[in-house]
Design a protein around this ligand. Structure first.
Ligand SMILES: [Zn+2]
Length: 544
């Protein structure tokens, strides 16, 4: 097909292919990144879309069409990363060099025909591994009359609806119209997200990535239906979202519905795997992984009087790690809502399958290969940004009621993170963790009381008992006026003069801290020796 100024797309979904290689469920796209970054079609941009006199047709600009075709070409090459056997080298994607590491996705049939011509037929002819089956869907078009079933979730910038699309239901993710206080962002947000997904995520995760397909909304009529639904249920929506509606944009995403079918006993387990390896810029003496250090910091900064429950959150180092110490290995950490079933062997076996799934191993290998430096230095390439995206994705595991069926495990939440906006935050967090002693702390001290840090990290339970200087987080009260001025009084300059201790000083609400940390108290008399928090590997805090 020659480049044409405009191509008319008939409003029909020619074939709903078997492209079930991914999904997303409600709630996975409402994080801050998305809220601040969601793009949509502004009225002025809408003008640049070709308007056809025929109301039955929609059109895509030639520029967008070129991007779509480039994406389709990238997909058709079926690029696969070689993260899993290239540990010491820079990541590179690898055309046609599959070597059986990851099974290629099942080939898909073309979804879109334009004036009787398969767009996917014209993708350059050298589409490598596909032979006759090298079709990849470019975009989907909703059949006229497609109706929304229900609102599944919404954020400030977007909403997700369930729609009926035979043979099943799918989720439709669409952008909201700009409103007061929220700046409209670029009109090609969905195209850019899709480019990032096709070029940077799918080559790494393949069928383990929740798929998203561009869908043409323009003139489908569905936006009016979505808004009618929102209007009807306005009073049931969160107050902050009431009165916000869907914009008349060109693009949305169709994503597979990963929600469990309410009737068949299947369940969905959802968790964030986070940094599956220690941060490359963590200090040498770290006894806590990046995620466990972050959670420790977050609790100590604003302690609640409710005790923290680290056993209800996964340590990423413990995932897909057969060498993980048993004290931190409980698979119920990814599904604390099931913890009442600790003695249920079937549930235990299911959760074990999830945390040891080969997809999590693959995610770890990709995180490893994409970033050897960590977030202290400005990123020099896109790999780092991809690594940060893979460190913040969500894992969805759909567990069938029948144990003979496979657990379906997918990763989602791949919104592009703009390093221009994010880098200072990434670096600041890492500095805070290092300079505040959160990676290395053996003890939290409030007054005369010593507490085990409220974390259950795989690294804390590995190796020999620690010797040398005990690292102490010395907590001082910030509720009295005179020392409220700083949360970190001694950042970066821990004192260790001949005391046998390295001390990092912090301030917090000590009354709350004493109450919240009670289960973590170091009992000299051994009263709590059987507590899971009593870690015998810690430094003796009173040495010297
Ligand atoms: Zn950890």
């Amino acid at each position: 097909m020659k480049a044409q100024t405009f191509l008319q797309l008939p409003p029909q979904l020619v074939e709903d292919s078997a492209s079930n290689n991914g999904s997303s469920v409600a709630g996975d796209c409402f994080d801050d990144d998305f809220l601040s970054d969601a793009g949509r079609e502004s009225p002025s941009n809408a003008d640049s879309l070709a308007e056809d006199s025929d109301d039955e047709a929609v059109a895509v600009s030639s520029a967008d069409m070129a991007r779509l075709r480039a994406m389709s070409y990238d997909r058709s090459r079926d690029r696969r990363c070689d993260c899993d056997n290239n540990d010491d080298h820079q990541h590179n994607t690898n055309d046609g060099c599959d070597q059986g590491r990851t099974r290629p996705r099942p080939r898909q049939h073309p979804q879109l025909r334009i004036q009787g011509v398969d767009l996917a037929l014209d993708m350059g002819g050298d589409n490598g591994g596909g032979g006759g089956g090298a079709y990849q869907p470019l975009v989907s078009i909703l059949p006229r009359g497609t109706k929304p079933v229900r609102l599944v979730g919404e954020g400030a910038a977007n909403a997700v609806f369930e729609i009926k699309l035979p043979p099943g239901s799918r989720l439709l993710r669409v952008a909201k119209a700009p409103s007061l206080g929220r700046a409209p962002t670029s009109s090609d947000y969905y195209l850019r997200q899709q480019e990032f997904f096709v070029r940077e995520i799918q080559p790494h995760l393949g069928e383990h990535a929740v798929s998203q397909e561009l869908v043409v909304l323009h003139k489908s009529g569905i936006v009016d239906d979505l808004n009618a639904m929102l209007r009807d249920m306005n009073h049931q929506r969160k107050p902050k979202f009431q009165g916000s509606f869907i914009g008349h944009a060109s693009w949305g995403f169709l994503v597979e519905d990963m929600r469990p079918n309410g009737d068949d006993g299947s369940i969905l387990i959802e968790f964030k795997p986070k940094w599956l390896l220690q941060s490359p810029s963590a200090p040498k003496g770290a006894i806590r992984c990046r995620q466990c250090a972050l959670e420790l910091r977050n609790y100590l900064k604003t302690p609640g009087s409710k005790p923290p429950r680290p056993e209800r959150r996964p340590c990423p180092i413990a995932l897909a790690n057969p060498d993980c110490p048993e004290q931190v290995a409980s698979p119920f950490r990814i599904a604390p809502q099931l913890s009442a079933l600790q003695d249920d062997a079937r549930v235990q076996a299911i959760l074990d399958k999830i945390i040891h799934h080969k997809a999590i191993q693959k995610l770890r290998e990709c995180q490893k290969s994409l970033d050897h430096v960590g977030p202290l230095l400005p990123p020099t390439n896109l790999d780092f940004v991809v690594a940060m995206t893979l460190r913040d994705c969500t894992c969805f595991a759909l567990v069938p009621s029948n144990d003979d069926e496979e657990i379906k495990l997918r990763f989602g939440d791949f919104d592009f993170k703009d390093p221009e906006k994010k880098f200072n935050h990434w670096r600041g967090t890492e500095q805070d963790l290092i300079e505040g002693g959160f990676y290395t702390a053996d003890w939290v001290v409030c007054g005369d009381s010593y507490y085990h840090p409220p974390s259950l990290c795989s690294l804390e339970w590995s190796g020999k008992p620690r010797t040398g200087d005990a690292v102490i987080l010395l907590m001082e009260d910030n509720t009295t006026k005179h020392n409220k001025h700083s949360s970190y009084q001694n950042n970066g300059f821990p004192s260790s003069a001949k005391t046998g201790k390295t001390v990092y000083r912090h301030t917090a609400d000590l009354a709350a801290l004493h109450t919240g940390l009670e289960p973590f108290k170091r009992e000299m008399g051994g009263a709590q020796l059987d507590s899971i928090y009593n870690n015998p590997l810690r430094c003796d805090p009173r040495r010297g």
